[in-house]
Design a protein around this ligand. Sequence first.
Ligand code: PHE
Length: 355
Amino acid sequence: MDTAGILEVRQSFDDAISDVDNLNALQQLKVEYLGKKGKVTGLMKEMKNLSNEERPEYGAKVNEVRTYITEAIERRGEVLEEAALEEKLREETIDVTLPGRTFSLGSPHPLSRTIEDIEDFFLGLGYEIAEGYEVETDYYNFEALNLPKSHPARDMQDTFYISEETLLRTHTSPVQARTMEAQEGRGPVKIICPGKVYRRDSDDATHSHQFTQIEGLVVDRNIRMSDLKGTLELFAKEIFGAEREIRLRPSYFPFTEPSVEVDISCFKCKGAGCNVCKGTGWIEILGAGMVHPNVLEMAGFDPDEYSGFAFGMGPDRIAMLKYGIEDIRHFYTNDLRFINQFKATEDGGATNESI
Ligand code: PHE
């Protein structure tokens, strides 16, 4: 009986297993020796060439080598598994002594902040926020606001035309025309409309071809100029400080009659005269007036029954005054060195409010 084959298998296995250093290789080795086409199974197949007397002893020897190999693979497997686990734990160790990562927290843009402050104030008075379209028709931007095609006051607002009848809105007033129209002649209307507007201006420190406006409109029975004045006085105190006063100066807008320009007493010098108010003690902040009867009528309201007031302000200018910003372009160039100066504080203010 030739048992040299058995010995050979065992020796080659011993050599091979000493090189195995990972679980994959061990699995391969297992297949190579114990699998269906493996070397140990190959030894078993030799049995058919042996005599009946030889078979039991040969069989016992092959079994012995099979047990030997099986156990060796098991032991090796345990060792390798433990090593793999240790390696994994080592890799996943958290070094609690490392310094934490700092997150860079964003902050509201000073312009958005100003718009939100103004919205909050008017929402508190029961106004609703209405929105319109930045691409408008000539009709809503001008005609419905008492500015027919030949009206000289159209020159007050240099317009970006897209076609003869479509344009980039030059103010947020078309939203008041649209909102009134949708009411089909029934009041009350009490809205503010914040949004972007466009004018063909050359950009400089105080002009931008795109800026923001907030329009306000109240239409109901018995709305009077004193309602407008009271509202704007409250507004000035809320946004610019409790001691502010307002002053109305006669002005002209085609969509309001009478029209006024509204000044607030200077928050910096308290009226004495300084660089912010250019020595006058007053700062112009918005335009306003009583809605022109033609505008009411075109939007389907009966001007004998209803009256209203409207106002329009520029949050850019208000934010510039409030935060002491000297150039409107800072709002739109998004330089982080600028924006980072306006970190929100916990009380809801901003760090460099000048009021
Ligand atoms: N729409 C005007 C403008 O842009 C502002 C305004 C609005 C004036 C409402 C009066 C009433 O100049």
